[in-house]
Design a protein around this ligand. Sequence first.
Ligand code: MN
Length: 195
Amino acid sequence: MKKFELMALPYAPEALEPVISRETLSFHHGKHLAAYVNNLNTLLPGSGMEDLSLEEIVCKATGGIQNNAGQIMNHELYFGQFAAPKQDNVPSGKMAEAIARDFGSFEAFKEEFQKKGATLFGSGWVWLSADKDGKLVITQEANAANPIQKGLTPLLTFDVWEHAYYLDYQNRRPDHLAALWQIIDWKVVEGRWKK
Ligand code: MN
């Protein structure tokens, strides 16, 4: 039977410092994400969903299977979008044009995205997605939800569960969100946008 596996990180564990510490990355990837993968592999046998893709499980399952599958998909997108910190790290080309078109400017987009992340009550994720007409939208998703459940194409996400930032930033979620822009790999984000 198919088993889901823990994704390999596409960078060294200290590569995102000081924005995300090696310690946070180690717990977040090696403990939290690993637990979601193990949980899903334990829950799937006998569920009738053994042969579905991760995306299909996220859209069709309920309860614990959906929660764990959703968290795997969310974290693969999250960890997959980062690179070493850069000053003045901004999108280019098609992404830059679409962000300016749909939010007015990159600064206005960042402000709205950070605000939606800072004001999401409890655990969850803030997302930049494309809708079926190619328009960019920002959504807040609680717990393990993913924009594909709404028919959107997820492009960029910030994890606002406390485990994503508490070791480095304690209660200062807005400071963590503001720092994340330095490590976004905009080429990866643009590559998720299949039009
Ligand atoms: Mn997380």
